[in-house]
Design a binder for this molecule. Structure first.
Ligand code: PEP
Ligand code: MG
Length: 608
């Protein structure tokens, strides 16, 4: 076996070209993060084959460029370590082979000629980092060219793979536009950031898959919001696919199929037709009220990431926008949006909702959602999710908050808005923002600019365990709660929502998360303030009876989920849902919770 053939076997695929012209079908496993089926030509992002820009940097930029090279190297090491962790789950022989290969790659990243040479090119020739790596890689390859030794030949391949990985990681900083795609393409990459997804046009992009990423990370959320089938955490996927290969993204089962056989394709066509039939059936619910069988109305709102998503929000028949994530206005650019630009974007959203309320969240960058213009706040920390994220950054950079509040207040004259604060841990944060909003309102009024009267309600995200555990004092000073189970799950279980390696630990149905959720709902009821849920579980119809049973009457989700949740709401009886929630809350293990949810409230009631 050659090494590449062995690697196909190691990852569960078949040999690439088993003696014929047609490339063999390969089935790669990952996490199903956004449903649906996409079939199309593979578009590989920043693979080694794409052109590397060459430019001369200033002498004053040398240290920063070397730092970028080192950061790309650190990221590459991390990626390789992740692949090694995955390799351990393979059959012993394959695991050993793949581990040895990855160890060789790792060794290249610790002080090899490739890195030393690239650094020298940055320092001596003032080359940009990506070009320095590419030029050094070519120099090393030229040195080995023509040598017949098999060992050296495989070393050369290793250097090439590592060099391309470094270049991919260096290039990833540039805002990749996906505008030159063949319509219907499937984007494949080592890593797809939330900012990348913001550049995807569903007309050109049929779906995407990446080697890394977890089910509740913002990349996954964006995929659902755009209605794009997506699979993340597909290990070493770039080693198995070439540009233009036909690929299938099976967002239902979490599979990426490279060069599918005709029979496989036919199976997926049939599946796609079945999904279409269900979508047509769901459409019949458009315009119907979201009311339970016993007559309880339930507000179904949408989460919105980009103003351009508003068409889907309106089409879905939402009661309002339960969460507008403003951070996407800050991505894919090197500067900060001015008040006027933010106002225009928010005004469009508010006007589009025609009088239905829009909950606008203040900036929530940090963690995996990075805005380059604020990058210096995040670059050096080990645990960005525990760092200067969200409201903490807004309170540190007061001008950021003031600009956002001014834009929100101005947008609030075009329709009802609410202000939502992310990652709150203490009542003082809410009080500080309230004071800041009053100051901004006075400033605007003095300048003759209209603001809403009364000023918009200010709410707290309940997404950190501290906020749920000490929810009563927060409920006393906030005007409403919005429960963010995506982060609440991450922080409660200490499992990164965007890391496929700990995906099995990340479970919003863990009894600890459910109890925190119940505590937040009870605290809101105690103070008589509204409470909603805008974490991804709000859009899972299998969980709707449980959420209603816990007392929630306001759910906010991706527009694509709204009708299937409405279908369940209209089929639910609150008394039965409440009894079901009590049984679920009494469980001590996630597995029991999942079993109850699979059984459903009716079965649990009849068994009781
Ligand atoms: C959450 O954490 O549940 C949430 C809704 O916010 P985001 O997903 O944007 O972090
Ligand atoms: Mg959150």
């Amino acid at each position: 076996l050659t090494r590449s053939e062995d690697r196909e076997r190691a990852t569960g695929g078949q040999a690439a070209y088993p003696g014929g012209d047609a490339p063999a079908e390969k089935v790669l496993e990952g996490l199903a993060v956004s449903g649906g089926i996409a079939v199309g030509p593979a578009y590989i992002v920043e693979n080694g084959g794409t052109p590397v820009p060459e430019y001369v940097i200033l002498r004053s930029e040398v240290e920063a460029e070397v730092r970028r090279l080192n950061e790309a190297s650190t990221l590459s090491v991390r990626q390789i370590d992740k692949l090694k962790a995955k390799a351990r789950r393979l059959p012993v022989e394959s695991a050993e082979e793949l581990t040895a290969l990855l160890d060789a790659h790792r060794a290249i990243l610790s002080g090899s000629r490739l890195l030393r040479g690239a650094e020298a090119r940055i320092r001596d020739r003032l080359s940009n980092a990506a070009w320095a790596v590419s030029a050094e890689m070519r120099a090393v390859l030229a040195h080995f060219d023509g040598m017949q030794d098999r060992y050296l030949a495989s070393r050369v391949r290793d250097i090439e793979e590592v060099g391309n990985r470094l270049i991919r990681n260096l290039q990833a900083e540039k805002y990749r536009a996906f505008s030159d795609l063949e319509p219907g393409s499937v984007i494949l990459a080592e890593d797809i950031t939330p900012a990348d997804t913001a550049l995807m046009d569903p007309v050109r992009v049929a779906g995407f898959a990446a080697a890394s990423g977890g089910a509740q990370g913002h990349t996954a959320i964006m995929a659902r919001s755009l209605g794009l089938p997506a699979v993340l955490g597909v290990g070493d996927l770039l080693a198995h696919v070439s540009p233009g290969d036909t690929v299938v993204v099976d967002g239902e089962k979490g599979l990426l199929i490279v060069n599918p056989k005709p029979a496989t394709l036919a199976g997926y066509e049939a599946r796609r037709r079945a999904l279409d039939v269900d979508a047509q059936r769901l459409k019949l619910l458009t315009g119907l009220p979201s009311v339970t069988l016993c007559g309880t109305p339930v507000a179904l709102n949408v989460n919105v990431e980009l103003p351009r998503d508003m068409a889907r929000a309106i089409e879905s028949g939402a009661d309002g926008v339960g969460l507008f994530r403003t951070e996407f206005l800050f991505m894919n650019r090197d500067d900060l949006p001015e008040e006027e630009e933010q106002y225009e974007a928010l005004r469009r959203v508010v006007e589009a909702m025609q009088g239905r309320p829009v909950t606008i969240r203040t900036l929530d960058v940090g963690g995996e959602k990075l805005a380059p213009s604020l990058g210096r706040h995040f670059a050096e920390v080990d645990n960005p999710a525990l760092g200067l994220r969200a409201i903490r950054l807004s309170l540190r950079r007061k001008e950021l908050l003031a600009t956002q509040l001014a834009a929100i207040l101005r947008a609030g004259t075009h329709g009802p808005v609410r202000v939502l604060l992310p990652m709150v841990t203490a009542p003082a944060e809410v009080r500080t923002v309230r004071k800041a909003m009053a100051v901004v309102a006075r400033r605007l009024e003095r300048a003759g600019v209209a603001v809403p009267d009364p000023l918009p309600p200010i709410g707290a995200m309940i997404e950190v365990p501290a906020a749920a555990i000490a929810a009563a004092p927060l409920a006393a000073c906030a005007d409403f709660f919005a429960i963010g189970t995506n982060d609440l799950t991450m922080y409660t279980l200490a499992a990164d929502r965007a890391d496929d390696q700990v995906a099995s630990y990340y479970d919003p149905m863990h009894p600890a998360v459910l109890r925190l959720l119940a505590m937040a709902v009870d605290a809101a009821a105690g103070e008589g303030i509204p409470v909603s849920i805008c974490g991804e579980i709000a859009g899972d119809p299998a969980l709707t009876p449980l959420l209603l049973g816990l007392g929630l009457r306001d759910l906010s989700m991706a527009p694509s989920s709204l009708l299937s949740v409405r279908r369940v709401v209209r089929d639910t009886r609150i008394t039965q849902a409440r009894a079901f929630a009590q049984v679920v809350l009494a469980q001590s293990e996630s597995a029991q919770v999942h079993a109850l949810i699979a059984a459903g409230p009716a079965e649990v009631a009849s068994a009781a």
